[in-house]
Design a protein around this ligand. Structure first.
Ligand code: ATP
Length: 536
C-alpha cells in the first residue's frame, strides 16, 4: 500500500488550526496515550478536559512526535505533530503555543483523498470560526516564514449594527468592500490593480477598530493587525509581514501616523520620558522611540499589498494632518472615513444598545414609568454634542449598566465633572508645554553659548592675543572694552572676568528680542576682521 506523506511546513500557520479543530471534533485526542501536562492556558481550545474534581488548572495535551492514528471515511490517517518548524525551536505559533509542524499521512493510492481531507478540515474550521473574527497580531519581534504574526485571537463577531456611527457610514463601507471583492475579474480585464485602501481617522475611542472588526465578521475575512508604534516594526519587518497576509484577508496598520512624529512630540520625547500626573497621551510612544518605519518603506508595502489580489488594506490614525500626502493619494487610500466625538443621536443609540436589549421596555421607579426610548432621549439631552467619545460614554454607562434611570439621573453630574477634569488637565497640559518650550530654548541658548565660547577660544589661540573664553560680539568686533582701551584693538579678559561681568552686547545681539531666535554668527565678517587685525 502506498503511503502519501504531506509535510505541511509551508502552510503551517493557516493549516494547523484546521487539523487541530478536526481532531478535536473527531475526538482523536481522547485516544492518546502520551500527554504533556501544562498549567492551564486559557488560549488553548483543545486538549483533554477531565470531568472530575480539581480546580481545572491543568491541561492534558498530546505530546509531540507521537502519531495520532484514526479512521476517516474508511481510510487510516496518521497525524504527527513535531516541535518546532525547520529546526526553529524558539518560535511561537499563533495562540502563543510553541510552534509545531504537522505531518499527515493517509494510507491510500489516491491523491484526491488527501485533498478532500484537507478541504474537509478547512470547511469545519470555517464553520467553527463563524461566530468569531480571527485577528492575527504582530506584537513580538519574531522573524521567519509564517511566524511574524505571533499571536492569534478569536474575538466574538460583532454585528455591524453594534457600531454606532452617523447614518449610512457603515453601510457604505460594507457596500464598497463587497463590491471590490466581487469585481476582481473587472479589475483584471480593465488592467487596474485589484486594490482598495481605507483610512479611518479621528479621535481615540470613536469606533475605528470596532468598524474594521465588524466588517471582517461580515465579510468572513481574517484580520492581520500591526501597529507602527511597536518599537520593533521596521521596513523589513513590515514588508515581510504584509506579504505573508493571505488573500481574502484584511491587513490593518494601526497608528499609521507614528511613522511621522510631530515637532511637539519630538520635544516631549527629548525632554524625557516622564509624563506628568502618570498619564500617557494617546499617539505618543512611551518607549521614547520614533517608529523605525520610513515613508518610502510604508509606501512600498502599501503598493505591494495593494497589488496582491483580494486583500483589503486598512489604516487608522488619530492625526490625519501628520500624514504625508503621498500616503493619501488615491490608489493607496481610496476611501477616507472621519470619526468624530459622539453626537446626541449616537449617545441615544448607545443608551438603547445598553438598556433596550435586556431591560423590560419600561423601567419603573417611584411609581413613574419611563419608556427606554424616552430615557435615551433624556440621557442624550445631557450629553453635549461632539465632546465625548463613544468609548467614554460607554464607560459611563457601564458604571450603571443595570440602571437606566440612574444613568439618566447621574449623566448631568458626570458630564460636569468630566468637563471640569478636562479643563484642569488642559491647564496642566499648557503649563507642561510652556515648560518644555522653555527647556528647549534654554538648551539651545546654552548650545549657542558653548559654540561661541569654543570659537572664542580658537580665535584667541590663533591670534595669541585673546584668552580662552573671550566672547564673540564683545571684544572682537573692535568696540572699546574698557576705559582707556582704544577701539579696534582686540583685548582678552580671563574667563572669571567674563563670568562676573556680562559681555557688552554687539549690535547683532541687541537686535534680538527675548523670544526671537538667536541669529547665525556673522562668521564671514568676523574672520575678515581677524585677518585685518593679524596683518596690523
Ligand atoms: N462608534 C462606536 N460604536 C459602538 N461602540 C463604540 C464606538 N466607538 C467606540 N466604541 C466602543 O469603545 C471601545 C473602543 O473603541 P475602538 O477601539 O473601536 O475605538 P478606536 O477609534 O479604534 O480607538 P483608538 O483610536 O484608540 O484605537 C470599544 O469597546 C467600542 O465598543
Amino acid at each position: 500500500m502506498d503511503r502519501l506523506i504531506l509535510g505541511l511546513y509551508i502552510l503551517l500557520v493557516q493549516i494547523t488550526p484546521l487539523i487541530v479543530i478536526f481532531q478535536t471534533q473527531e475526538n482523536v485526542w481522547r485516544r492518546s496515550r502520551d500527554f504533556r501536562v501544562n498549567a492551564k492556558n486559557s488560549q488553548r481550545k483543545w486538549g483533554i478536559q477531565l470531568e472530575q474534581e480539581g480546580d481545572g488548572n491543568a491541561e492534558y495535551v498530546p505530546t509531540y512526535d507521537m502519531p495520532q492514528i484514526f479512521r476517516w471515511k474508511g481510510y487510516w490517517v496518521e497525524v504527527k505533530r513535531s516541535r518546532g518548524a525547520g529546526g526553529r525551536q524558539s518560535n511561537r505559533e499563533p495562540g502563543g503555543q510553541a510552534s509545531s509542524t504537522i505531518f499527515i499521512s493517509i494510507y491510500t493510492l489516491n491523491m484526491k483523498v488527501l485533498h478532500s481531507f484537507v478541504e474537509e478540515t478547512r470547511a469545519r474550521y470555517k464553520e467553527v470560526s463563524k461566530p468569531n473574527v480571527t485577528v492575527h497580531m504582530a506584537d513580538m519581534p519574531t522573524y521567519g516564514p509564517g511566524f511574524l504574526w505571533s499571536q492569534t485571537k478569536h474575538k466574538a463577531r460583532r454585528p455591524l449594527s453594534s457600531v454606532i456611527l452617523d447614518e449610512g457610514v457603515v453601510e457604505s463601507l460594507v457596500k464598497d468592500a463587497q463590491e471590490f471583492i466581487n469585481t476582481e475579474q473587472w479589475y483584471v480585464e480593465a488592467g487596474i490593480p485589484h486594490r482598495r485602501g481605507y483610512l479611518l481617522y479621528g479621535p481615540p475611542g470613536t469606533g475605528k477598530t470596532s468598524t474594521i472588526y465588524a466588517l471582517a465578521g461580515e465579510l468572513g475575512f481574517e484580520i492581520y493587525a500591526l501597529s507602527l508604534s511597536s518599537g520593533f516594526v521596521d521596513d523589513s519587518f513590515l514588508q515581510k509581514a504584509a506579504s505573508s497576509v493571505p488573500k481574502h484577508s484584511i491587513l490593518l496598520i494601526e497608528d499609521i501616523d507614528c511613522a511621522f512624529p510631530s515637532r511637539e512630540e519630538t520635544d516631549e520625547l527629548e525632554s524625557g520620558p516622564n509624563q506628568p500626573y502618570g498619564m500617557v497621551r494617546p499617539g505618543l510612544r512611551v518607549t521614547g522611540q520614533r517608529s523605525a518605519v520610513t515613508l518610502s518603506g510604508l509606501l512600498n508595502v502599501i503598493d505591494g499589498v495593494a497589488s496582491e489580489e483580494g486583500k483589503l488594506f486598512f489604516a487608522t490614525t488619530n492625526y490625519l494632518d501628520r500624514l504625508d500626502p503621498a500616503l493619501l493619494r488615491p490608489g493607496r487610500i481610496d476611501m477616507k472615513i472621519q470619526y468624530k466625538f459622539s453626537t446626541k443621536a449616537q449617545a441615544a443609540a448607545l443608551f438603547m444598545r445598553f438598556f433596550a436589549r435586556d431591560a423590560p421596555a419600561n423601567s419603573e421607579k417611584n411609581g413613574i414609568t419611563h419608556s427606554i426610548a424616552h430615557l435615551a432621549t433624556q440621557f442624550a439631552a445631557h450629553i453635549p454634542e461632539h465632546e465625548f467619545s463613544t468609548a467614554e460614554l460607554q464607560g459611563f454607562l457601564l458604571s450603571c449598566k443595570k440602571d437606566p434611570l440612574g444613568a439618566v439621573g447621574c449623566a448631568e453630574v458626570w458630564v460636569a465633572a468630566e468637563l471640569r477634569d478636562r479643563h484642569d488637565q488642559k491647564v496642566r497640559e499648557e503649563k507642561r508645554k510652556v515648560e518644555i518650550r522653555e527647556k528647549r530654548q534654554d538648551r539651545e541658548r546654552k548650545q549657542m553659548e558653548g559654540a561661541v565660547a569654543t570659537f572664542g577660544g580658537i580665535v584667541s589661540g590663533g591670534l595669541g592675543k585673546m584668552v580662552s573664553g573671550a566672547r564673540v560680539g564683545g571684544p572682537v568686533v573692535g568696540m572699546p572694552t574698557g576705559p582707556g582701551e582704544p577701539p579696534g584693538r582686540v583685548t582678552g579678559r580671563s574667563l572669571p572676568d567674563v563670568a562676573r561681568t556680562p559681555p557688552t552686547p554687539s549690535p547683532a545681539y541687541e537686535a534680538v528680542g527675548d523670544n526671537e531666535q538667536l541669529p547665525v554668527l556673522p562668521l564671514a565678517e568676523l574672520s575678515k576682521d581677524l585677518v585685518a587685525l593679524q596683518s596690523e
